[in-house]
Design a protein around this ligand. Structure first.
Ligand code: ZN
Length: 270
């Protein structure tokens, strides 16, 4: 725990410090905060930007991909010179230039059943910026077992969705118990995505992460926000914990060992 903000920090974070709901205490919480961002792509780019600017002291970044030129239309922390570099390295360099208060912890791996719990347990909040169902379900299941909140976001063409999974609220599987069959839902590479869309959605996810760290406002728990860029509409739909949920239900799991996420993440009713 840092004792107090130094003069440079009071200057850098002055617009936070003067807010009643943040103040120097809230800023210290951000500086002591640890956020794991899963994916340094379209959603991860704006999330990482704003979390770093806000002074979140430790940002873990999980990504095993390299920057491709076709990423640059939306993945705004990477530049033309970064094509071919590892995204974790490009992201870490971006953060270092933006804010020296932030330590980037590089996890150049793909999150899976074998490493997810250990990684997630080391953080206060997870921001799930992944682009596939396997990772999304691993994040949900591992974070639930480790009691770490998750800011979930997903995008498709011109639409996005955001919700916050609190350890004592409904989880992603309460809404969608099992993922769609592999191959039935296309990804960005095969369908396209409006470049600015993940900017909006990733910023909403970062907003939730900041609120969770400073314990302010009303998190998006038990509510799914749907955003449609085409008519610029936001709709919030409530959802409840499902007592039959395979993860957080009355007979929920306490381990993810043995779940084959790559095959579709089904949990057999034991
Ligand atoms: Zn659940």
């Amino acid at each position: 725990m840092s004792l107090s903000l130094d003069a440079t920090q009071l200057d850098r974070y002055s617009r936070h410090v003067i807010l009643d709901d943040v103040g120097p205490e809230g800023q210290k919480r951000l500086l002591d905060g640890r956020v794991l961002v899963v994916g340094a792509g379209g959603l991860g780019s704006p999330a990482i930007q704003y979390l770093a600017a806000a002074g979140v002291g430790a940002i873990g970044i999980v990504d095993d991909d390299a920057v491709e030129r076709s990423n640059l239309q939306r993945q705004v922390i990477h530049g033309d010179d970064d094509v071919g570099r590892k995204k974790v390295d490009s992201a870490a360099e971006f953060v270092a230039e933006l804010n020296p208060d932030v330590d980037v912890e590089r996890h150049e791996v793909r999150l899976d059943a074998g490493n997810a719990r250990e990684l997630i347990a080391d953080y206060d909040v997870v921001v799930d910026c992944s682009d596939n169902f396997a990772t999304r379900y691993v994040v949900n299941d591992a974070a639930r077992i480790e009691a770490v909140p998750v800011s979930h976001g997903a995008i498709y063409k011109f639409e996005g969705q955001v919700t916050t999974l609190s350890p004592d609220g409904p989880c992603y599987r309460c809404l969608f118990p099992e993922p769609p069959e592999p191959g039935t839902v296309p990804d960005c590479a095969s369908t396209g995505v409006l470049g600015v869309l993940p900017g909006t959605v990733g910023c909403l996810q970062a907003t939730e992460a900041v609120k969770l760290l400073i314990d302010a406002g009303e998190p998006l728990v038990g509510r799914m926000l749907f955003y449609d860029a085409m008519d610029l509409s936001f709709e919030t739909v409530p959802y409840a914990r499902n007592p039959d949920c395979p993860v957080c239900g009355d007979d929920g799991i306490d381990t993810i060992d043995g779940i084959d996420y790559a095959a579709g993440c089904q949990i057999d009713a034991a």
